[in-house]
Write a protein that binds this ligand. Structure first.
Ligand SMILES: C[S@@+](CC[C@H](N)C(=O)[O-])C[C@H]1O[C@@H](n2cnc3c(N)ncnc32)[C@H](O)[C@@H]1O
Length: 204
């Protein structure tokens, strides 16, 4: 495994113990509703890349596989699934090099993951590969603001936040989605121009 991947993976191992507590104010303010809305759009065989809080909201009777490259986050997810009595297939895997065959899933989704994937375009290309032709890909991601001052502040603060937490606050994820050669892309702002829902129809 490459050094940049190991570095981010270790950060998530380190914060996995406090991740839920750390995120809880935001969870109450907005994240929960965004997650619940996303769940209504899942169908068929589903893959979640980068797992965590969503397990609590997974709909019943949907076949969901979750992957994460952090042992710590995976352990927490297993505990959450057990506590809630959910049947989920949880696997340790890097989104940039997935073990699944081409065209394995009808729906692939992520929430707040592409801020951390070390090579986001590679990760998005992998999602494109494992998602079926005409399948649906849904991402909820925070991105760099286009507002001059906010964008500048995000750039300045980013190195410290990556160091501490593993997530970049200035990723241009919509641009990355285009760079991964997706064509049918619908983008909605959920919070200002910072949190976006990106829905993609997978044409290959
Ligand atoms: C900010 S957390 C979000 C977790 C969850 N999706 C949520 O909404 O609570 C980012 C997650 O993505 C995972 N992740 C980042 N890069 C990854 C990669 N290349 N492969 C697999 N998981 C990755 C991290 O380990 C972490 O669990």
């Amino acid at each position: 495994m490459k050094e940049d991947v190991k570095k981010i993976m270790r950060r998530y191992d380190r914060i996995s113990h406090v991740y839920d507590v750390f995120e809880s104010p935001m969870e109450l303010m907005a994240l929960k509703q965004w997650r619940l809305d996303l769940m209504k759009e899942l169908s068929g065989k589903v893959l979640e890349v980068g797992i965590g809080k969503n397990i609590a909201y997974y709909p019943e009777n949907i076949d969901i596989t979750g992957i994460d490259f952090s042992q710590g986050m995976l352990k927490k997810a297993r505990l959450r699934a057990e506590t809630l009595g959910r049947q989920v297939h949880l696997l340790l895997m890097d989104a940039q090099a997935m073990d699944f065959a081409d065209n394995s899933f009808d729906t692939v989704f992520t929430t707040f993951v592409f801020c951390s994937v070390p090579d986001p375009i590679k990760g998005l290309e992998e999602i494109r590969r494992v998602c079926k032709e005409n399948g649906k890909i849904i991402l909820i991601e925070h991105v760099r603001s286009e507002q001059k001052v906010i964008g500048f502040l995000m750039d300045v603060l980013n190195p410290a936040i990556v160091n501490l937490y593993g997530a970049n606050i200035n990723r241009k994820t919509v641009e990355n989605v285009h760079a991964a050669c997706f064509t049918e892309i619908a983008v909605t702002n959920l919070y200002r121009d910072i949190v976006k829902k990106i829905v993609i129809k997978n044409f290959k």
